[in-house]
Design a protein around this ligand. Structure first.
Ligand code: TXA
Ligand code: MG
Length: 336
């Protein structure tokens, strides 16, 4: 198959919508990350998402809608809290989980009785869903376990000639995936921190249950190790290097820094020179990919303040990490 790479103007979106209606796969931008989309109401179309991604079937997908009035066809009933959250946070990076209607195929929800739904804010995503006239099931458009794509180039590097259409819309704005909140649990439970800050959610859901860090039980997809770069990534810990471990020269290592460049590393990516967590989130996955492509012995990541979008970045760093490291002189001390 040859992938059609389309500019997301009216004609491009119309062609992509047609592909969705025909049961094909379309990679498309959302404000968070690129999604790998198929008609959510067609089990045959959705099966291909799992095949192309190499994603295990026990990991359910998010269904994307273009308007809140589409949710009664997906959810069995809509509690007042869901109405309130949709009103405040949609369109935007908040995914809500509730009991599903029968017409949602089991493959979408990995056999769960619930379905995750969100309305993205990206105009291309909204145009695609409304023109397709079908809800679109989409995970992030990367191979399973790898970093989420925040630019169409990331998608093309992994999925060229595996999907029918890629809508090439440049970088996404939020940069990390949506926050996933289960309203099927009582009290409501945070399944994945993401682009909607926890502090804002708590204003509407004071009894919100948060496990730190959210465990694999919370959401089937939140395996302990994920977002894996090929290069081992170590979280930087404060304190002197001691104990058993291994020295690596700094110049052989890359550094993923929050707001200040570090000296002597082979390559440094600064997420936000102003220490702005939104900017850091928007840069995060692309910076990680650049470091991963630089043929380094290891990547050392600075800890990110766990507030606002920092909570979501820190959670992803934990799950991408192979362990911990400390600095000593011109060396990185990998803790074993
Ligand atoms: O921002 C995003 O959420 C992006 C864009 C494309 O919308 N999508 C995304 O999808 O990140 P994915 O498949 O990479 O992550 C979906 C998460 C997984 O952790 C999955 O386990 C969880 O949502 N999830 C989906 N349906 C669920 C359900 N019924 N119950 C619990 N967790 C669910
Ligand atoms: Mg993903």
């Amino acid at each position: 198959m040859e992938t059609q790479v389309l500019y997301p103007d009216q004609a491009g979106i119309a062609r992509a919508a047609e592909a969705i209606r025909e049961g094909q796969l379309v990679a498309f931008p959302t404000e968070t990350v690129y999604g790998l989309g198929a008609n959510a109401l067609s089990a045959d179309a959705v099966v291909r998402i799992f095949e192309v991604k190499g994603r295990p079937r026990f990991d359910p997908l998010i269904v994307h809608v273009a308007a809140p009035d589409e949710v009664p066809t997906l959810w069995r009933s809509i509690p007042p809290l869901a109405e309130k959250l949709m009103e405040r946070f949609w369109p935007g990076p908040l995914t809500l989980v509730l009991a599903k209607e029968k017409r949602v195929p089991d493959i979408v929800t990995a056999g769960l009785p619930t379905v995750a739904v969100r309305m993205p804010s990206d105009p291309v995503a909204l145009g695609l869903i409304s023109e397709a006239q079908r809800p679109i099931a989409a995970p992030s458009a990367n191979r399973f376990g790898r970093s989420s794509p925040t630019h169409h180039e990331h998608v093309l590097s992994e999925l060229t000639n595996l999907v029918e259409v890629v809508l090439a819309a440049g970088p996404t704005t939020v940069g990390i995936e949506s926050t996933v909140l289960s309203l099927a649990d009582s009290p409501p439970r945070l399944l994945r921190p993401g682009g909607t800050p926890l502090e804002a959610l708590r204003e509407e859901v004071p009894d919100l249950h948060v496990e730190t860090p959210p465990g694999p039980s919370a959401s089937p997809g939140t395996l302990p190790r994920h977002y894996l770069p090929r290069t081992p990534l170590f979280l930087l810990e404060p304190g002197p290097a001691k104990g058993s471990g291994e020295h690596l020269e700094r110049r052989r290592c890359g550094m993923l820094a929050f707001n200040e460049p570090w000296k002597a590393f082979g390559r440094v990516e600064v997420l936000s020179p102003h220490g702005d967590l939104r900017e850091a989130a928007a840069q995060f996955f692309a910076a990680l990919r650049r470091l991963d492509a630089a043929e380094l012995a290891a990547i050392v990541a600075e800890q990110i303040p766990e507030e606002g979008l920092g909570l979501a970045i820190a959670a992803r760093l934990r799950r991408a990490s192979a362990g911990h490291a400390r600095l000593s002189g011109n060396h990185v001390w990998i803790i074993r």
